[in-house]
Design a protein around this ligand. Structure first.
Ligand code: S3P
Length: 433
């Protein structure tokens, strides 16, 4: 794909049945836990995005063997000795999850590794994970709070940690370290972040205790290999859900999408905005609920997204901002300062909605968006800033912008959703170089 891609309104509604790649968040965890387990762990519906491939590289660097063919990865776990004797640098690419969860795993290994990444990752805060891991006994150094992160791991002791900001990455890093720590580790958070690690651990034979406001894990259990069938990624689905809501005449069925309640904040917000979304054929596999989403184009009304809703909508806020831009009234998003330290400063990036004729104001921790009341946007040029979710959110905006939206640096979609633009085109979207 060239350095710019244009997305314009389709001739008719988006119709048909589609799937999205397997869940990236769960995929990282399945690989990391599989590496620490004894035996062969099979990860099915594996999404071969750049981020999950970074984690695949990380588990190999720590000493597990892993084979990847089509959409299955088989990890031959190294057991509790994972990472012992490891040295060298692990390239985490663009992936904050690889780095933060990888740090938790490396903390319990008798080795020294350096976790590094691309220019975007090198700007992201790492003390939030370094601090608790140090408290557990690992020797962790950051470069002024940012990557590279150097970890000399070893014998760890349990901690009781209250997270200042709800973060599934930090919680999971601590839980991964806790698996090899002496004693009972507790992680507390004010608002529950995504709970994939807690849901996956029992499949590996490890019990986790859910407590009000947190989770507790007793160290020292041995993990046994398992099979992890990944549901479709809720965050990837969100782009197609909003696209179908906004493009008049659309009716889209998305099959086998993850509907874990800690990830479906976007469905709750969209329904509040009046969206016609049905969740059918719900079932649970490997601890994770999944379902078919049936989405019909609907006029939307503005809403208010309050701070406690942010953890369950964090990765969907860019595309929810696009939904707000087409709705009737003024939408306010508050308490989302974390968006400033994602793959890019997503609040600043969403300020580019003004280029498409949208009245948007950014604040230190949120956005105020005056919607068009369903009138198409004007269209224009925006920059992804190398951020996959920004590129995809603006692509959705392009579907309802008279002049289309030209997105600079679109290849980053491959971080989480390889083939995203082809998928939009297959559904009827107008996509060109
Ligand atoms: C993730 C947690 C979230 C999310 C990220 C993936 C995870 O980050 O934004 O895309 O897999 O645990 P934080 O934990 O920093 O909120």
């Amino acid at each position: 794909m060239s350095g710019v891609v244009s997305v314009g309104p389709p001739a008719q509604g988006l119709r048909g049945t589609a799937t999205v790649p397997g869940d990236k968040s769960i995929a990282h965890r399945a690989l990391l836990l599989g590496a620490l387990a004894e035996g062969m762990t099979r990860v099915e519906n594996f999404p071969a995005g750049a981020d999950t491939l970074s984690t695949l590289g990380a588990v190999r660097a720590l000493g597990a063997r892993a084979d990847h063919a089509s959409d299955v990865v088989v990890v031959d776990g190294a057991g509790p000795a994972l990472g012992d004797g490891a040295r060298g640098t692990i390239d985490c690419g663009n992936s904050g999850t690889t780095m933060r969860l990888g740090a938790g795993l490396a903390a319990g290994a008798h080795g020294t590794v350096v976790l590094d990444g691309d220019a975007s990752l090198r700007r992201r805060p790492m003390e939030r994970v370094a601090e608790p891991l140090r408290r557990m006994g690992a020797d962790v150094a950051t470069a002024d709070g940012r990557p590279p992160v150097t970890i000399r791991g070893g014998a760890l002791t349990a901690i009781d940690w209250t997270m200042p900001v709800s973060s599934a990455q930090v919680k999971s890093a601590i839980l991964l370290a806790a698996l090899r720590a002496r004693g009972t580790t507790r992680v507390r958070e004010a608002v529950a972040s995504r709970d994939h690690t807690e849901r996956l651990l029992p499949s590996f034979g490890v019990s986790v205790t859910r407590e009000p406001g947190g989770v507790a894990l007793v160290g020292g259990a041995r993990l046994r290999a398992t099979t992890v069938p990944l549901p479709g990624d809720a965050s990837s689905a969100a782009f197609l859900v909003v696209a179908a809501l906004l493009v008049p005449g659309s009716e889209l069925r998305l099959t086998d999408v993850g509907v874990n309640p800690t990830r479906t904040g976007y469905l709750r917000v969209l329904r509040r905005m009046g969206a016609a979304i049905e969740v059918v054929d719900e079932r649970e596999d490997a601890g994770e609920p999944r379902a078919t989403l049936v989405v019909r184009a609907t006029p939307l009304r503005a809403t208010s997204i309050e701070p406690p809703e942010v953890p369950a909508t964090i990765d969907e806020l860019p595309v929810l901002a696009v939904a707000a831009a087409l709705s009737e009234g003024e939408t306010r998003i508050a308490g989302a300062g974390e968006l400033r330290v994602k793959e890019s400063d997503r609040l600043a990036a969403l300020g580019q909605l003004t280029r498409l004729g949208v009245d948007v104001r950014t604040s230190p921790d949120g956005l105020v968006i005056r919607g068009s009341g369903g009138r198409p946007l004007s269209g224009g040029q925006v920059a992804s800033g190398g951020d996959h979710r920004i590129a995809m959110a603006f692509a959705v905006a392009g579907l309802v912008a008279t002049g289309g939206v030209a997105i600079a640096d679109p290849d980053c979609v491959a971080v989480s959703f390889p083939g995203f633009f082809d998928r939009l085109a297959a559904l009827g979207g107008k996509v060109g170089a």
